[in-house]
Design a protein around this ligand. Structure first.
Ligand code: ZN
Ligand code: ZN
Length: 309
């Protein structure tokens, strides 16, 4: 199977929007996942349910996948972690996958290790240790710890590529982070799930591309009205609770403006947008606030940033 390995060798920062959806399942968008390739490094930020197969279908250089960066541990962000580890190993990865995340990541990683323990054994026994390198089969947790809530922690640095984590506010989820990626003068920021905070705007500063989560509360409230009429109280409660710890599209636009971002890409799109009218409703008012480029994220979108320095 041929993977696109050429893209590991130049000095372009490439971003692949694998999954642009949020927690509500739909036919248009899968759960959150963004693939990044720069400086010979290939990693994923979040790996929600249904995303890993898209990484494979896009022929990204899977044997070279080195890291997965988790923003937090809601299931829509971690569901495919086991598949990403198992299938990249089966397709030729020769080093253990490193999984970064805030405190608690070791519990998530150890849980997946346990769930896949039988299969890990089957693969080594069936194909042999030369094909399935045992040392590459088990992922390694990399805990991102903060001593100051405002700081930016360098997770790793490779060949001019720097990847930082910063804290976001997705309470009661403790902890949650966003990531800032810098390479040859370009900056890409991924918010993860969060409310608007001054700290978030600070870490989005001068980003060439900001991938921001956003949920339309107005659209959720319309759904709630309909659900109330048919007495679906459970769904009504959940759709209401969701509004405690996210940003509306106009709020994300405000962050982009404050931070001097060049291009704003909406991700974690919720509720599902099934036609032009719902897309327009989701984006209502955002261009009045942010005058840079605004993109409604779609699965499999590709972004290419040529070196500035
Ligand atoms: Zn989420
Ligand atoms: Zn979340």
């Amino acid at each position: 199977m041929a993977y696109n390995e050429k893209i590991l060798k130049d000095d372009v920062l490439r971003v692949f929007l694998i999954g642009s959806g949020g927690p509500i399942n739909n036919e248009v968008r899968v759960a959150p996942c963004i693939a990044v390739i720069a400086g010979g490094e290939f990693f994923l930020v979040d790996v929600g349910p249904g995303t890993y197969r898209i990484v494979d279908v896009m022929r990204l250089p899977i044997p070279h996948l080195s890291k997965i960066l988790l923003t937090h541990f809601h299931s829509d962000h971690i569901g495919d972690l086991g598949e990403a580890n198992m299938m990249s190993w089966a397709n030729g990865r020769t080093k253990a996958l490193e999984v970064y995340g805030p405190e608690g990541v070791e519990k998530v990683v150890n849980g997946f290790i346990m769930a896949y323990e039988h299969d890990t054994g089957y693969r080594i026994a069936h194909h042999g240790k030369d094909i399935m390198l045992p040392e590459a089969g088990t992922p390694i947790s990399k805990i991102v710890k903060f001593s100051d809530p405002k700081e930016r922690i360098l997770c790793f640095e490779t060949d001019g590529l720097k990847v930082y984590a910063f804290q976001v506010d997705h309470s009661p989820v403790k902890s949650a982070v966003g990531y800032r990626i810098e390479y040859k003068g370009n900056v890409v920021v991924i918010t993860g799930d969060t409310k608007k905070t001054n700290n978030l705007a600070e870490h989005c500063k001068d980003a060439d591309i900001l991938f921001s989560e956003a949920i339309s509360y107005e659209m959720l409230n319309n759904m709630i009205e309909g659900l109330k009429r048919i007495n679906l109280t459970r769904s009504t409660k959940i759709l209401k609770d969701i509004q405690d710890y996210h940003m509306e599209p106009v709020v994300a636009a405000r962050i982009a403006k404050e931070a001097g971002v060049k291009k704003l890409v909406y991700v974690h799109i919720t509720p599902p947008l099934t036609n032009k009218a719902t897309e327009e409703l989701y984006l209502k008012g955002v261009s009045d606030i942010f005058d840079g480029e605004i993109i409604l994220g779609r699965d499999r979108m590709k972004f290419k940033l040529k070196p500035k320095e």
